[in-house]
Ligand binder design. Structure first.
Ligand code: NDP
Length: 246
């Protein structure tokens, strides 16, 4: 059997995670595709990935539950024998002004975006330490860098991911494990499709490149951070935002 590299992507059934899985498959990685909700689309996605000549393993699990992340990692190791790259992509929003925000809406977002990233990474790192190599790529957001009214929960979670990324990068650099974050701006996916057209137009006007990004724009940077071309980069946050934050 060919010795291909293995990438585990969380929340990869749709949106940015799906595109990351597709681009990494194109690049020749075997894909461990984590999903939370079963859908008819999943088998089709597995087929599309396998048509690229690599293997695709579908693994269900909710990243907010530590035991489930243990299982996601164990099953991936059982299937492929290793994990070379972990992409912590699963994420949610529950927007609202702080004055009206329910505690549950704050906690759910932190639990998914930040604790979920911890849960997955905590289970993957021992394998990477043992194999003396690895890449962790965390999907943050520019909102974690500059803040956004109506997103105290989301921006706290994404800023937390940035601190987590930098601290872990320092902890594991000597083990040849590189840890970086990608901070997308506004990207056209289900997450942003809920915005009113007038809001989207307003957003586009604030972006120097005058348009929202695509999932592919983000996936291409993840591909770079997983590759040998980025072997001297760790602890960094790369904004993919059409120039919104500079
Ligand atoms: P989508 O809403 O399109 O997709 C999110 C994915 O995450 C879904 O597959 C969803 O699964 C999965 N997910 C959510 N919660 C969990 C969980 N507890 N366990 C496992 N999987 C889960 O979002 P995007 O593709 O737009 O976003 C992907 C990442 O990029 C997120 O971290 C987001 O915060 C970040 N991002 C997005 C931006 C944008 O403009 N779109 C901008 C900046 C950052 P399910 O189908 O079960 O809901």
């Amino acid at each position: 059997m060919e010795d291909r590299k293995v990438v585990l992507v969380t929340g990869a059934a749709r949106g940015i995670g799906r595109e990351i899985a597709l681009i990494m498959a194109e690049k020749g990685y075997d894909i461990s595709l984590n999903f939370r909700t079963k859908s008819d689309e999943l088998d089709k996605l597995k087929e599309i990935i396998e048509e690229k000549g690599v293997r695709c393993f579908l693994v269900q699990g909710d990243v907010t539950h530590f035991e489930e992340t243990e299982k996601i990692v164990e099953e991936t190791i059982k299937e492929f024998g290793k994990i070379d790259v972990l992409v912590n992509n699963a994420g949610i929003t529950k927007d609202g002004l702080l004055m009206r925000m329910a505690k549950d809406d704050f906690e759910k977002v932190i639990d998914t975006n930040l604790v979920g990233t911890f849960n997955m990474t905590r289970n993957v790192i021992p394998h990477m330490v043992k194999q003396k190599s690895g890449r962790i790529i965390n999907i943050s957001s520019v909102v974690g860098v500059v803040g956004n009214a109506g997103q105290t929960n989301y921006s706290a979670s994404k800023a937390g991911i940035i601190g987590f990324t930098k601290s872990l990068a320092k902890e594991v650099a000597s083990r040849n494990i590189l840890v970086n974050a990608v901070a997308p701006g506004f990207i056209s996916t289900d997450m942003t499709s809920i915005l009113a057209d007038s809001v989207k137009e307003n957003i586009n006007n604030q972006i120097p490149l005058k348009k929202m990004g695509t999932a592919e724009d983000v996936a291409k940077v993840v591909k770079f951070l997983a590759s040998e071309d980025s072997s001297y980069i760790t602890g960094q946050v790369i904004n993919v935002d059409g120039g919104m934050v500079m």
